[in-house]
Each structure stands twice: as C-alpha cells, then as structure tokens.
Design a binder for this molecule. Structure first.
Ligand SMILES: NC(=O)c1ccc[n+]([C@@H]2O[C@H](COP(=O)([O-])OP(=O)(O)OC[C@H]3O[C@@H](n4cnc5c(N)ncnc54)[C@H](O)[C@@H]3O)[C@@H](O)[C@H]2O)c1
Length: 271
C-alpha cells in the first residue's frame, strides 16, 4: 500500500496535538480524514481547516467506535488507516494513581480512565475493523502508545502500565493479522510539544514543556506526524520518533536490574 491508496483515514484525538498534526498530514496526502475527538469543538476546527469530517467520539465507548466505523465506511468507503491516537496521562499524586502518602490511590477512577482510553480503545477499534480489513485483505491500524510503554514514565505509574499494555496488544495484533495483509504499527514517542506536556497547540515556544524534565529534547507534532505516517506506510511495526529510545530499550533488555538502578538515579536527580 502506498500513500495514494490512503483514501479514508480516521484519527482519534484528532482535535489537538499529535492527532491534529496527523490529520493535517493525511489531508495533505489527499485522504478524506475523519477527525474524531471527545473535544467536539476542537475536532470541528481541525476538520474545517483541512476539509475533513469532524466527529464527536469518546474512545472509551465501544459502541461509539463501532458506530463511527460503520458510518464512516457507509459514507466514504473503506477505512484504509485508523489511528488510535487519543490518550490520557494524569501523573501520580493525590488525584492520580498513587496517593499523596505513597500508597496506591484507593480511588481507581484515574486507573480506569487510563485503561479505557490508552488500551481498551485500541481493542475496540480492532474489534470493529479487523473483520472488515480481513475481508479486504488490507488496512493499517496505527496505535499511539509512548516510549513509556517500552521504558517508564517517572511519576506516572498508570500511564506507564497502560502504555506497556498498549504495546503488548499491538504486538499481538501484528503477529495475528500480519499474514492477512493488516499492517499494524505502534508509535512510541518521547516528549512532543502538546498540551499533554504543558504546551499549547501551535505554541512557538517549547519553554516549560515537561516541566523542563525532557531527556532528549521536545519534538514538534508536525515532525512526529510525518515520521508516523511515513513509517506506517512503509509497513513498520515499531515507530520510534526519538532515535535515542532504541538505545534505552537495548540497555533495558540487556540488564534490567542495572536499568532500574539508572532510572532510580534519574528520579533522584529530578527530585
Ligand atoms: N506529548 C507527548 O510528549 C507524548 C509522548 C508520548 C506519547 N504521547 C501520546 O500521544 C497521543 C496524543 O497525545 P498528545 O500529546 O497529542 O496530547 P493532547 O492532550 O494534545 O491530545 C490528546 C487528544 O486526545 C483527546 N482525547 C482524550 N480523551 C479522549 C477520549 N476519551 N476520546 C476521544 N478523544 C480523547 C483530547 O481531547 C486531545 O485532543 C496520546 O496517546 C499520548 O499518550 C504523547
């Protein structure tokens, strides 16, 4: 499959950040892009800008994803690329995954939302699309996880755990359906200049992003989107937007205990 064959694409979380940049890139390539976001107003702005289609969507709602897939295919034809990009991260702390006293937070809502949005939404998209893509013998499922899904996000245990699960789920999809023509990609970026790390959309300044704690620099969403689309179209499974992640993953795999020690030192430095 090459660029010209991506006629119809859906991007969840397309109203802001990386998702918005993905919508812009795919529209530039000539695709009909469905901008799906829980933030309906933001989805509408992006859709208007790129000549796409805005859809209000809460990715934690399986029926809503199934309905979206059905309606998009009815209206526009087969979905060639579905990018499960919407994601959430709350951080540890009083209202996050770990209580202020250091114990696991007894209030599980942040764990639940993280699990639904960061993992189950990918499952819901696959349930809706794999049967259709199997019949067609083609299609791209692109799941945006994080470098935290291969390494760790210091200060966000629910984000780390759910992004690991997202990587594992994408591996299963790729292994199970690769032979049938479904191309699965999982995206594992480090810091990207979006609201998730405290930078507003289209901000010129990267100042204060990640509270100054980014390790290898903050990338801009448009550069990240180009890498994602190019590599997904090339059929790549693991898409690393920040090249340093390869080295970190190799170090972790070669001596897990030593890697934990290094992360503990890094945490002390951050504190
Ligand atoms: N920014 C980074 O540094 C970074 C690094 C690694 C991975 N990621 C991942 O990239 C993806 C995109 O994040 P971003 O950085 O662009 O952040 P962002 O906050 O700018 O965008 C996230 C988008 O997802 C939408 N969203 C949230 N919950 C939703 C739901 N239930 N249903 C539908 N839409 C929902 C938001 O409205 C928003 O438009 C996420 O999966 C995130 O975990 C981001």
């Amino acid at each position: 499959m090459n660029e010209s064959t991506i006629k119809v694409a859906v991007v969840t979380g397309g109203g802001h950040g990386i998702g918005r940049a993905l919508c812009r890139r795919l529209a530039k390539d000539g695709a009909t892009v469905v901008v799906a976001d829980i933030d309906e107003a933001a989805a509408s702005v992006v859709a208007k800008e790129i000549g796409g289609v805005a859809r209000a969507l809460d990715v934690s709602n399986e029926k809503a994803i199934a309905r979206l897939v059905e309606e998009v295919e009815q209206a526009h034809g087969p979905i060639d690329m579905f990018i499960s990009n919407a994601g959430v991260g709350y951080g540890d702390g009083a209202s996050g995954a770990i209580s202020a006293e250091g114990g696991m937070n007894p209030i599980d809502d942040r764990w639940d939302i993280s699990w639904q949005v960061n993992v189950m939404a990918h499952v819901f998209a696959a349930r809706a699309l794999v049967p259709r893509m199997l019949k067609r013998g083609r299609g791209h499922l692109v799941n945006v996880a994080s470098a935290a899904g291969l390494l760790s996000q210091i200060g966000d245990s629910a984000y780390t755990a759910t992004k690991h699960a997202a990587v594992g789920f994408a591996e299963s999809l790729a292994i199970n359906y690769g032979d049938a023509g479904i191309v699965v990609s999982v995206v594992c970026p480090q810091a990207v200049a979006t609201r998730m790390i405290g930078i507003e959309d289209d901000s010129d300044s990267l100042e204060g992003g990640f509270r100054g704690n980014d390790v290898d620099g903050i990338m801009r969403p448009d550069a990240v989107a180009d890498i994602i689309v190019d590599q997904a179209l090339a059929g790549r499974f693991l898409i690393l937007t920040h090249p340093q992640v390869t080295t970190y993953v190799q170090r972790k795999a070669s001596d897990h205990d030593r890697w934990i020690g290094g992360m503990q030192r890094f945490r002390r430095k951050l504190l």
